[in-house]
Design a protein around this ligand. Sequence first.
Ligand SMILES: [Mg+2]
Length: 165
Amino acid sequence: MFRKLKPDIKCASIYELDTESLRRGGVRGLFFDIDNTMEPYSTPLPSEKLTEWLRGLTAEGFAVGILSNARQARIAKFVDGFPPELRDRILYVYKAAKPLKKGFRKLLTSAGIEPNEGAMIGDQLYTDIWGGNRAGLTTILVPPIDPSIEPPFVRFKRIFEKPFL
Ligand SMILES: [Mg+2]
């Protein structure tokens, strides 16, 4: 299990991702956690910066997906915040139950790609990274955008992340 908590790549933020080298490595789909990866927990809608950046990724030919353990209402509202032409291109799974593999498989199927063509980007070892590794994706860990507003359960899990960071 511990081996599977190790991300393949660490990155300072989603905006620092080296998408060109990922592409050269065969990655065709980029799957993201929302909370504290794309935006802070308290942010209901995507920012202009995020919107433009994701638009760029889809223009480059990447499949873009959201894989979140959050409720449907949170995800639906967030995705609705993208302009329609972008929203139509973004795949998403809510209540994904990461680290279980099923949500990852669902996104891979929707994107029409194999596990080794997908990358999971997230801020939590026990959901995003562990799950992504189990499902056979390239895993990329980013630091939480704003750890001061995490729910208590997430803060609790952070204690157990420390030995592996
Ligand atoms: Mg998160």
